[in-house]
Design a protein around this ligand. Structure first.
Ligand code: CA
Length: 427
């Protein structure tokens, strides 16, 4: 099927670096949103798109497993990089990969970037957000509308490169002429609500102009994060992007929006988008498969405590019996805790909160804005001792809870102040 494209990435209004990456490499389209601070997030997302481009299969070998393989290979590359360079520890990226195949759209997805389908004027989110709030919505503990504004909405529970393995969602959707697919980073979806994204996609028939309008609107709404938008209109243009590859890795501070140009020249085809959307929306076939050799219960804590203890015990034996250095490295690379750094800020550490012969056995991974003295007594005490976690994700989830606690405290203080003021006025 023919298609027309619109592509735009922008650093947004608050960030100095664009850590999003995208790839347009027929018939593959990728949006990757890196995280990890400084340059690490950028390296994570660009490694993802570079690996996918490099490993992209020949047209005859495309199936969902091949697609999953691309994402798993990208995961390994990022993981290996982060293990070999301490400054890249903890980096990761989302990855939403689309492969078009005549009348089908295949997606491989990890993280909180999103793919949507617009058909007959109705917008549907195809991917599921791998976030803390996404999980709460799925479990019925939070309304979808509240999730859009939730302060912890950007905490992802699954990302490429943060572990040696990752679970990949695989989804296939039948596409028909007139369908419009949007892939975007959360810099769009966290700034604009579902209805305004749908409205812009419905109003603007030119995919490139639609992409630019969405990015502009996200910036007008605050532009708090990097914004990347890829729009593919099915059956409304000349054949694809033959021989065209474009990837946007670093729309850097000196060239914000440098990747904003159309990835391909818009088609001169006269077939209009509005005329092609007669088909009523039908429930798309959603085929979701786990990637091969993945842990079914990845979201759950990785191992029961006794097994972890056993592993630690075994490691100690290894340490005693063989190379001490190897043992220390193992502990450092496989343990996390939430603690307080020297400046008094709550921090995720990799390693253990111990020192041996003046050598600290931990490393700061993510420093939060929460000061330890902002936390109510018992929570502050616990954090000061270091709260062990089985994975980086669990440590981040714990941070989310602490952030919530700080907010609750602040609200409480505000309302107390308000009440005091009211009482004074009455007196
Ligand atoms: Ca982002």
């Amino acid at each position: 099927m023919n298609y027309r494209l619109g592509v735009k990435t922008d650093v947004g209004r608050r960030r100095e670096v664009n850590e999003d990456s995208f790839l347009v490499h027929e018939p593959l389209f990728v949006v990757a949103d890196g995280m990890g601070g400084h340059v690490a997030g950028d390296i994570a997302s660009s490694t993802a798109v570079d690996t996918i481009k490099e490993q992209s299969p020949s047209a005859s070998a495309q199936d969902l497993n091949t697609l999953a393989g691309l994402v798993l290979t990208a995961n390994s590359r990022i993981w290996e990089k982060s293990q070999s360079d301490p400054t890249l520890r903890g980096m990761g990226t989302t990855c939403t990969l689309l492969m078009l195949d005549s009348s089908k759209a295949h997606f491989a997805h990890v993280g909180d970037s999103r793919a949507y389908l617009l058909r007959g004027g109705t917008l549907t989110q195809i991917t599921e957000d791998h976030t803390l709030v996404g999980r709460m919505v799925k479990e019925g503990r939070l309304a979808a509308e509240d999730a859009e504004r939730h302060p912890q909405r950007s905490i992802v529970t699954r990302a490429l490169g943060v572990d040696s393995e990752v679970e990949v969602d695989l989804i296939t959707v039948d596409v028909v002429e007139g369908d419009r697919i949007l892939i975007c980073s959360d810099g769009l979806s966290s700034m604009l609500d579902f209805d305004s994204i749908a409205a812009t996609l419905n109003e603007e028939s030119d995919p490139q102009i639609a992409a630019e309008r969405l990015v502009d609107a996200a910036n007008e709404a605050g532009g708090e994060d990097n914004i990347t938008v890829v729009i593919i209109d099915m059956g409304t243009g000349s054949q694809g992007v033959a021989a065209s590859t474009e990837s946007g890795r670093t729309a850097t501070a000196e060239s914000p929006g440098a990747m904003g140009g159309p990835a391909v020249a818009p088609s001169s085809s006269e077939m209009t988008y509005a005329g092609a959307v007669a088909a009523p929306p039908e429930p798309e076939r959603r085929e979701e498969r786990k990637a091969p050799a993945q842990d079914e219960a990845h979201d759950e804590p990785p191992a029961p405590r006794w097994r972890r203890k056993l592993v630690v015990a075994l490691v100690i034996v290894v340490v005693l019996g063989a190379a001490a250095i190897f043992g220390v490295r193992y502990l450092l690379g496989n343990s996390w805790y939430v603690g307080v750094n020297d400046d008094g800020f709550v921090t995720v550490f990799e390693g253990i909160p111990e020192e041996v012969a003046g050598l600290s056995l931990n490393e700061e991974i993510e420093v939060t804005d929460i000061r330890a003295d902002q936390l109510p007594g018992f929570l502050g005490d616990n954090v000061a001792d270091g709260i062990k976690k089985d994975s980086l994700e669990e440590a981040r989830s714990h941070i989310a809870i602490l952030e919530e606690q700080v907010e609750v405290e602040e609200r409480q203080r505000d309302s107390n102040r308000q009440r005091d003021r009211n009482n004074n006025t009455k007196d």
